[in-house]
Design a protein around this ligand. Sequence first.
Ligand code: PRX
Length: 664
Amino acid sequence: MSAIESVLQERRIFPPSAKASAGAAISGMDAYKALTSEAERDYEGFWARLARETLSWHKPFETVLDESNPPFYKWFEDGEINASYNCIDRHVEAGNGAKNAIIFEADDGTVVNVTYQDLLQRVCRFANALKKRGVKKGDRVVIYMPMSIEGVVAMQACARIGATHSVVFGGFSSKSLNERLVDVGAVALITADEQMRGGKALPLKSIADEAIAAGGCEAVKSVIVYKRTGGKTQWHEGRDLWMHELVEHEAAQGADSCEPEWVSAEHPLFILYTSGSTGKPKGVQHSTGGFLLWAAQTMKWTFDAKPDDVFWCTADIGWITGHSYIAYGPTAIGATQVVFEGVPTYPHAGRFWDMIAKHKVTIFYTAPTAIRSLIKAAEADAKIHPKSFDLSSLRILGTVGEPINPEAWMWYHENVGGGVCPIVDTWWQTETGGHMITPLPGATPLVPGSCTLPLPGIMAAVVDETGQDVPNGQGGILVIKRPWPSALRTVWGDPGRYKKSYFPEELGGALYLAGDGAVRDKETGYFTIMGRIDDVLNVSGHRLGTMEIESALVSNPIVAEAAVVGRPDDTTGEAVVAFVVLKRSRPEGEEGKRIANELRAWVAKEIGPIAKPKDIRFGDNLPKTRSGKIMRRLLRSLAKGEAITQDVSTLENPAILDQLGEVR
Ligand code: PRX
């Protein structure tokens, strides 16, 4: 039975405990319904109320939603705001300067606490340093950094001066970094000498150097380097600067304050690249006001975060989850959060549980892949089993990034949550800016594997290929029917692609197409996500375009043709399977293994290790129709090891199926 089938047959229901409901921001289904009906009754009024209550505005907005040029929607446009002010200054002004903003734990276990007052000082000093380097409002700054206090400071400092940041995950290759630097037109790059992961030092600065040397980055005037390990780096005088020296210089001059740059709510706060169905990643552009509103509001609603909570999101700042639920959401509401540099398996696979106990984490947010891999480790070694740690501080658990299978859900619930912590299975995307469909811990009865119901104000629906609603119980395409404040505003530099990808004419041009399939339960109306309906794979919660990996493979001089598909995987959710035709004859045996390893390393170099195919199969050809179209449907079956039951009469070369079905 597939993971989705098992969710659809899932009948266990876990109502919220009295403890979870008591004092919750949304304390029951009646409170939830009151909010959803408020949004239905007066959509703009609902969002305006939240925006006024949740954020601090320098100049209040008068217009709420501008729909005059669909699908380029604008929210709170005439309002002026600054994200960094909202995330830091206002808490200090309210007397919470001494509260911990960040509890940072390094790879080696060293802990550093940063109060809101400290954070303000660090951000102001660095913001002033950026300004001195000529970085100004509207400029783009690329951040290629490890999980660190400095990474958060860099993001907040950009926000403070109105520069738009674009964070590139530290696991991406120099080529991926180069493409993003060029596409976004960066004027500065902030990086580190190295990053520490699992006891190992991994390069960043040398990759950044390669990325810039690859060309097209003439606009990059400064490369600012956070000294993490002191490892050897090459230095480009005039261009390269140590972050600590810049900051010390500001400190010496007493430049500890920096007036926030007040920007329109529509000012682009950041651009984050994500994979789509074509080869080139999309620069998803987010606004300041709408994005921040939802990052803050969902902290309160989905996580029911309170002043005394210790929140921990294990994502990396290189992904959207690290933007919304590390850099901005927790700070926007003045919470205390744990920021972790390392990996869940170092020095042992009980690291997460150990850290929860040590820092008394109350809200824990992670990915199903992490849970699945830790289950295996815990069941094999009692010492690192969550039951061997004091996890009694936990109140709420969350998951994100991919479907969670009911078995993993139950394990998480019982062993980490002690059978009492609600699990919020949050469905959302880089493009949505924040949670869209998720349980509310004090209100929603939980069903393992279902992300349950949309948040108030989010008009999610399941439709057919023409955009018509389908009845509950029938699968279809997941869409959002009305614009919402934290939605992406455009694809950077490519408004046409934004329109075509997200508001396709086939669905009438007005519905936001999420790219996922979904089905709603007949009785409860709960949503279950059935995975991507486009050529996007989800490997360990990371989004990868099949075309992106294919382009990487065919750029290798020995490869003639490649087709990439996904295959379900017990740990990573999906695994990448590549079917490859070489320019020479098909390799077999040891030679095949050697070339497969070479190609894996090639993909790691072209995109990053996360994109490496798990399985590479060589053929003399690929299964094609007589008109030359690759039959991916068949490749998907072959990848899964299924018998081919589809009609293959249109196939030009049926014999190829036997060759490609062979598992190497
Ligand atoms: O397929 C859905 C899956 O992840 C995709 C979005 O990926 P990304 O933009 O990288 O953002 C990940 C973090 C928000 C979605 O289109 N996805 C995300 N959350 C869930 C999910 N699939 C099932 N259940 C979820 N809770």
